[in-house]
Design a binder for this molecule. Structure first.
Ligand code: FES
Ligand code: FES
Length: 159
């Protein structure tokens, strides 16, 4: 067992895990079960989290590799009891059906909208290419991300 700490949704969190433990496993053991395991082979994107703001598939990273970094999961996105605009947009635009892929989709969208606040439809499709959804057919997911971009832009106010 190796002791190490990760800043998890803004809180420094201590872990003592076998070095081979994947980050996704560590998160789920810490009760952050919004991060899903869909494939464990780095294909589906259901396990996507932000590491220092970058969207990363947490099944591709050892937990110990996140030591000293800031990890944000879907649980850390809402602002207190208020949903994050991306979460609100997914509800409004019906960007989900079973919801299994949704946390990963939202975390990928959060990364995209930080670097590309006004993405084209093509850019949204491209950003989401590592996230698989087997229910929705993607159209509403892309609409939700576009809607989230508008919501975030309107929050910024006049420049
Ligand atoms: S569980 Fe990580 S990509 Fe599928
Ligand atoms: S909503 Fe079911 S997998 Fe995407």
């Amino acid at each position: 067992m190796s002791p190490f700490s990760i800043t998890l949704n803004g809180v420094k969190t201590e872990f003592s895990l076998e070095p081979r433990t994947l980050l996704v496993e560590a998160l789920r053991r810490a009760n952050l079960t919004g991060t899903h395991v869909g494939c464990d082979t780095s294909q589906c994107g259901a396990c996507t989290v932000l590491i220092d703001g970058e969207a990363i598939k947490s099944c591709t990273v050892l937990a110990v590799q996140a030591e000293g970094h800031e990890v944000t999961t879907i649980e850390g996105l809402a602002r207190g009891k208020t949903l994050h605009p991306i979460q609100a947009a997914f509800i409004e635009k019906h960007g989900l059906q079973c919801g299994f892929c949704t946390p990963g989709m939202i975390m990928t969208a959060a990364c995209l909208l930080k670097t590309t606040p006004n993405p084209t439809e093509a850019e949204i499709f491209q950003a989401l290419e590592g996230n698989i959804c087997r229910c929705t057919g993607y159209v509403n997911i892309v609409a939700a991300v576009a809607d989230a971009a508008l919501r975030l832009a309107s929050e910024e106010g006049p420049k």
